[in-house]
Design a binder for this molecule. Sequence first.
Ligand SMILES: Cc1ncc(COP(=O)(O)O)c(C=O)c1O
Length: 460
Amino acid sequence: MTLEPPATNLGGNVPGQRSREILDRATHVIHGAEGADEATVPIVLANKQGSILFDVDGNSFIDFVSGWGSTPLGANHPEIMNAAVDGLHAYSVENTDYVAAEPLVTFAEALTKVAPRGLTKVAYEVSGTEAVETTLKLMRAATGRPYVISFFGQYHGESYAAQALSAQQAEFHGGLRHLMPGYLHVPYPDPSRCVFRHDAPCDGTCVVTYIRDQLCHYLVSPNEIAGLVIEPIIGEGGVLTPPPPFWRDLEVTCREYGWLLALDEVETGLGRTGKLFASEHWDVIPDLMCLAKGLSGGALPIGAVLMTDAVADAASDVHTGGTWAGQPAACLAAIESLRLLRDGVLDNVLRLESIAERMLRPLVESSTIVNDVRIRGLYLAVEFADPRTGERAPEFSSMVHKVCVANGLIGIQDDVAHYRGLPALNMEEALFNRAMRILIDAIGDVEKLVESSPMSTTAH
Ligand SMILES: Cc1ncc(COP(=O)(O)O)c(C=O)c1O
């Protein structure tokens, strides 16, 4: 279900009066709250239906955030919500590792049936962060080894361990990294900006060579390493996709050293990239996989770690979950969401992906401020660079975002220089086209501003 916005009332003067009041009140009582003048999205949500956000001032916006990927079939999807509400009426809340409930079993059966082969067991959690935490515990317990390799640019959550595994930006660690030893970071395979600067075109294998020849030679021996946690397509870093040879070498190395390969598919999983799981693009076979966000179709919090029998057996003593992990109602919503996803939604993702390709890709040539466009399914990123310096330009993504909000589109603006979109996977074509138009026009507006600024040389 996707509701069309009222044609005359998309976007508006933001922040409106009521939003301004609430955002400013928040600064007194909410940790880290930004007032109306600093908020990246300067509205206050009143209602969200399908792919439309309504603010408390009566403005409406096309939703290109989808609760950061957590409402993959749009907000308030009737079948998913009914399943969740019926589940709450029937089961309320239960501590399901003490009192069992059938929906957990039914959903685990459904999920393992469609998961990459070999992933046969499920541990339920509440969030992506918890799924990552549990993955780390399982990896260490199963191998008896302390170190875990992660990649620069990745994001895994906000807890101590998930933050230590992350390396999104140095300042996000708040001086706490030294409290969490055991994580080794290496560059993410990125042929567009390969840090190894070799002569041959980059196929990502340089990263595996670095791990083998440098990290394992100088820093930590392979038999102290439990394995790797990788985002199969990095989201917060701007939709970066490793080339196939990287995966081939990585899997060979994992087998050779007895390392576990854990995929963090919290954001890429469940259809976002055009396949049910991003790892299917290369037929990568992991030992563990983290899922959360859209798992229940936006109804209730739920996370999951999928693992092989071998991992489950070797780490059978590890405690997982918690009071709210694996709620029956969340599992019922997740069963419904998975059924809907497999019922034609992926075709829609591919249809919209080709529209995005057709509309956004030409900007790389035609726009002086667009450096790159990255599209995988409905995982979308436009990267901006300053034509005067060639450097990435986060200020342009911020300007584009502001124009988009005023014109009725709310997407994701990041500090690296990307404008990203995580639209609902079942978005109607007309609405998607409209969002693309708002974004392209906003980029055009900002480009004109940049070109008319006194410092501009209009060089590309
Ligand atoms: C790849 C990845 N892993 C883990 C997380 C953490 O998930 P959560 O916010 O549900 O704790 C996120 C959240 O954005 C994510 O993108």
